[in-house]
Design a protein. Structure first.
Length: 188
């Protein structure tokens, strides 16, 4: 059985065996935190939980949520916003198990706590050996608003208590934010 808790913590805590670089949060276009993510090509809709350096040792054991690195860039702000999700857990595949299947041009949507939606379009999908993952470029970027989704992948090493690879999806913000109106059931 895989120890998914450790494998995910390697993203936030030790994507390369070190803490993620601390950067200062940039104000997002909407001025609010991300609430959930939608990835239609993978049929994903997941809650986003904030996660930072202050609580990196207590990775939540939830394979259905994703985690936003709140000590970095807010989605919609200039630079790279980073969101991670579990690859697998004790039950089997978790929220980002199929992340590697995204293709250039696929859309990713972030809905904020103020009910605005940000639209990102996938530019790149790369898988790296754990020790070769480009941490600096994942967390820091140009002034353009990007979204990096990260998960573990590859085989699981019981000795190292982590997976052999990291999958990183890079997406660019397209257009401006707009109000999100969830579909509700019609009144009876």
């Amino acid at each position: 059985m895989k120890i998914w808790l450790t494998s995910f913590s390697v993203f936030i805590l030790i994507i390369l065996g070190c803490q993620p670089p601390q950067s200062y949060a940039a104000e997002s276009l909407t001025g609010s935190k991300p609430e959930f993510i939608k990835i239609p090509a993978l049929s994903i809709r997941a809650e986003i939980a904030p996660f930072g350096l202050s609580n990196y040792e207590q990775i939540p054991p939830d394979g259905e949520k994703v985690f936003w690195y709140e000590d970095g860039v807010n989605p919609g702000g200039p630079g790279n916003a980073v969101i991670a999700g579990h690859f697998d857990d004790y039950v089997g595949p978790a929220v980002f198990y199929h992340l590697h299947e995204l293709k250039t041009g696929d859309y990713i949507y972030i809905v904020t706590e103020n009910d605005y939606i940000l639209t990102y379009q996938v530019e790149d999908v790369e898988t790296y050996k754990r020790a070769e993952a480009p941490v600096k470029s994942i967390f820091h970027g140009s002034g353009k608003s990007k979204l990096n989704l990260v998960t573990c992948s590859g085989y699981y090493s019981k000795k190292e208590k982590t997976h052999s690879h990291r999958t990183v999806v890079t997406a660019a913000l397209k257009g401006k934010s707009y109000p999100y109106q969830p579909i509700t059931e019609p009144p009876l």
